[in-house]
Write a protein that binds this ligand. Sequence first.
Ligand code: GLU
Length: 469
Amino acid sequence: MIVRTRFAPSPTGFLHIGGARTALFSWAYAKKHQGAFILRIEDTDVARSTPEAVQAILDGMQWLGLDYDEGPFYQMQRMDRYKAVLKQMLEEGTAYYCYCSKEELEALRESQMQQNLKPRYDGRWRPEAGKVLPTPPADIQPVIRFKNPQTGNVVWHDLVKGEISIANQELDDLVIARADGTPTYNFCVVVDDWEMGITQVIRGDDHVNNTPRQINMLYALGATIPQYAHLSMILGDDGQKLSKRHGAVSVMQYDEDGYLPEAVLNYLARLGWSHGDEEIFDMAQFCAWFDLDHITPSAAQFNTEKLRWLNAHYIKQTDSAVLAIDIKKRLAKLNIHLQDILAQQFPQLNAVLDLYKERVHTLNELASSIAYFYQPPVFDQTAVEKHLTSDIKPVLNGLVEALKEVEWQPEHIHQAIETAVTQNQLKFPKVAMPLRVALTGNAQSPSIDQVMALLGKDQTLARIADAIN
Ligand code: GLU
C-alpha cells in the first residue's frame, strides 16, 4: 500500500505550534514510507476563513520546509464533488432529507432535556422499511442527514490511543448538507479523505469525536477506512492549555523571535514522540526514525528552555556565511545597514559571527550582541560604574600607548595587556573588564584580545580613549 497522508488546516488563524506538529508528523510519515503528503485547506467555514490565514499557513509550512507532494486543495473549490456524493448517497439511501424546522428541533431538544435525556435527533424523517414518512412541508428547505447505523459499534485501532469503540446508539443522524445545500464539515472531510486516498489520518485529538461518524460515512460510501492517529494536545510551559504567552503563537513568530526552523522542527519532533534518548537530530534522521508507535498518548508539555537550547545548538552549527544572510536583516531592524558600513572597513560579519555564535540562544540575541562592532557601544551604566573606575584609567591610558606599537594580532594584543597587568601588579580581569566595557558597552564578551583584533586598531584605541576621558 502506498502511504498517503494529509494536513488539513482550517484557515481561520495562523499556523501555530500544534498545527505545525501535526503537519510535521504527517509529512514525516509520508517521507518515511516514500508516500505522498497532501495539503488540504478546509475553508468551508466561509465566515471564519480568510485569505490572510491561508497565506499564513503556506508561509509557515514553507519556513519549516514542510513541502507537500499534492495540493494545496481548497475545499471551496470542490463543492461540485461534495454535491455529487450527496446525490449518490440520497440515491443509495444512505442519506435522507429532513424537513424539521428550527422550532421543531428546539422543541425536541427542550423536551429531551426535561426528561434528562441526551439531546439528539429522533429520526422522524429517517426512512425505514414499512415506515410512513410525513408529507414534506412546502415551505421548508430540507437539510440532508446521514443515515447512521443504529446498532453495533464503531471500532478502530487508533495508532496513538489504542482501540476505541463507540456504540452507534450514541451517534444520531448527522446533518451533512445544510438547507442551502452546502455540505457540512465532517462530510467534506470524509469525501476528501476517501477521494484523496488517504491511508493514515494524523490529526489532533480534538477530532477524536468526529472519527466514529466519519468512519460510518466511509463505510456507507464503500471506502477503505484509513488508519487514524490522534495526537494528544500540547500544554504550555505552565502546564495549562496553550495560551498566547505559552506557545499559542504563529510559527512565524518564532522566526521573528530569532529561532532557526531546524531548531523548531527538531523541537516539535520531540513533542510527544521519542526515539530512545535522542534529542538532537535533523529531519532526514527524523524521517528515517519516525513511527507512530512511539507517540505518547499523554499530553506533551511545551518547554521554552529546551527550544532555546536546541536553537543555540543549531546556531552554533550553522555556517557563519549562512547566518550572515539572516543576521544582516536583523541588524537592519536595529538600524544597522551593513552594506553602507562594510565599505568603511568595519569587521567582516562572518568573522564576528564566528566569535559570537557559540554564545547565544537566538538570532536576535546574536544580532544585538554584535551591534557594537558597527555602531558606538551602548553603555550599561552599572558595568561602567563597576569597572571603569578612576584608578584604572591611568592603566588604560598606558595601555593605549603600548597598543599603538603592537602588530594587530590577538596574541600580540594579549601580550600587551599582560604586560600592563604585570607592570601595575594587577590581576588580568582588573584590566580586561574595563576594556570590555570601554569597547563593547558591557561586561560580557568573548576573549577580549579577539574582540580587539576584530574591532581593529583605530576603533579600539578610539573607544578606550573615549571611555577614559
Ligand atoms: N480542519 C481541521 C482543523 O483545522 C482538521 C481536520 C482533520 O484533520 O481531519 O482542525
